[in-house]
Design a protein around this ligand. Sequence first.
Ligand SMILES: [Zn+2]
Length: 699
Amino acid sequence: MNNPFLDQLLTREGLPRYDLIAPEHVAPAIDHLLSEARATLARVTDPATPVSWETVMEPLTDATERLGRVWGAVHHMSGVMDSPEWRDAVNSRLAEVTAFWTELAQHPALFASTKALDAQFKQQPGKDASHSARQRSLENSLRAFRLGGAELPEEQKKIFAELQARLAQLNQKFSEQLLDSTNATVVHVTDQARLDGIPAHAVESAAAEAKKRELDGWVFTLQHPSVGPVLQFAKDRSLREEIYRKQAMRASEIATEGPQNDNGPIMGEILKLRQEQAALLGYKNAAEVSLAPKMADSPQQVIDFLMDLAAKARPAAERDLAELREFAAATLNIQDLQAWDVAYASEQLRQSRYAFSEEEVRQYFQLPRVLQGLFRVIRTLFAVDIKPVMGLAPLPVWHKDVQLFEISRTGKTIGHFYLDLYARSTKRGGAWMDDSRGRRVLRDATQTPIALLTCNFSPPVGEKPTTLTHDDVITLFHEFGHGLHHLLTQVGELDVSGINGVEWDAVELPSQFMENFCWEWENLSHMTAHVETGAPLPKALFEKMIAAKNFQSGMFMLRQVEFSVFDMKIHMDLLPTQTDQPADIGRSIESQLWAIRQKIAVLVPPTFNRFAQSFSHIFAGGYAAGYYSYKWAEVLSADAYAAFEEAGTARYPEVGQRFWQEILAVGGSRPAMASFTAFRGRAPQVEPLLRHNGLLATA
Ligand SMILES: [Zn+2]
């Protein structure tokens, strides 16, 4: 078969030819790879096939890697070159590909072979890195099999699968009801004076929304882009209150449109079924199931960690709130600060205290120079070279704006990355890192990794270079952290090389770590040049940026902790019995939330606030008993960066080398805690995170 996906994308040594693949190649390539993978699966699990790494895992990895890479490329193209053709191509094979991965994850014979192999590996304790990487990969798959119910007796397996299917429906229903409730109510304004303070872009959107509904004046919806500017900027207190109330009551029994979209019973049933699944798997609760593949050891450890953060952030949060109250009373004539005043008063306080505009800062960050600055940091830390790929015509890229770089060390290629930085109508929003190819050591060669880095910066206009906001710069560094995790790995087994196999609550370590370098004066002075004058960022402006960075960080920290504790606590402590009704469980979930707020929050929300009913992360997304991961990974990244602060810039290369060897290089091949401890010489500590956020009590 002549198909660019198979012939020119699935290369082991050359660069994948993204310039040649097209939607019409998808179906035949995927059909071919699926049947290849199915045939391999049948062959390696055939009772006649001897069980060894070489006869089972290697051929299976070959086949699933090919399928995964091609399907990844299809996804990538539909994300960055969206068109009806690419959408159709994805949809034409989505069900088949998903079905194959599900089949693989539950394959009884493969589970048996994996178990047998794991036993073999444990009996011959080889000490080399490749042996332990393989062992780690086997342990990961065994755990995934078990958490998927593979070890249950037939009857219970059936129950488990039914619970799984019902949970999928409930997650979907939770999202749908939240969306329906969000869309059921609007705030209609006919008096122009009420719009005072709201930015023009938000007023224009509201006018357009009114027009669409054939109404006079302005309509604010309960969607975030509409609510945010009102709460933050509207001078009219009653308008803020109205939109706050309506938004806070969404998807509850007191929602403005009535109780038909009440998510309370859905939350209750979701929690009940999760606990039933946990019990079937032999765990005490759903929190334990969630933590089984994560870095944190136990739910109690997570709670202790969070409560410690809360205690340490509390004095600063109380100060933040006192200041805000004082400012609101003195300057805004708000004597009784309410939930709907917080964002508005905070914005006014922020402006009065740190008067600088994002636009002013942006003039100093020209994209090409920022990129050079980023490469300079990477070169300093890891002693690698980054060079654009030259001499290839055409470049194997999907769009003319895409740049291609090679990363090497002492003349030896380590990997490549494709950089697609500008927003365009065919690209989905946000910024992300995808892998195109992972590192693998094969018998005859080493396959080097390739990363795809995508951002959405404004494209250059005319001759002028693109300028970035400081947030954009942070985003770029963040995504490069993920990229380096993928590219600088030295592991040879695909399942645990780079980001693969890294625990969920540790995966943001390298990305958040890289963000710190955007706050170093040394780096900023190197990577800035005013678009008109060429002058570097003035120190005074930099200092204002630093001061603004920690504005209200205490209140922010407490809010994150409150959500995280709530999420963990309900999955630990609420264990419904068979006869408990979903609506009652829903009410217990809510009373847990109120209890936690009383303990943690400095400003307890009004009694009509129904936050849980819209907490999609944990009731509709993958964050159940995992919301703490954000803070957890931030502790790791802040503490890792503190090692550099302690050493001082002169010793960056030496510490960078250790960071590479102990954290980036080993990827998922060993537990994140072991990697962190090896790098830092001790367990993680929270002080650096607190210090970076200005939350350490100063004597
Ligand atoms: Zn990230």
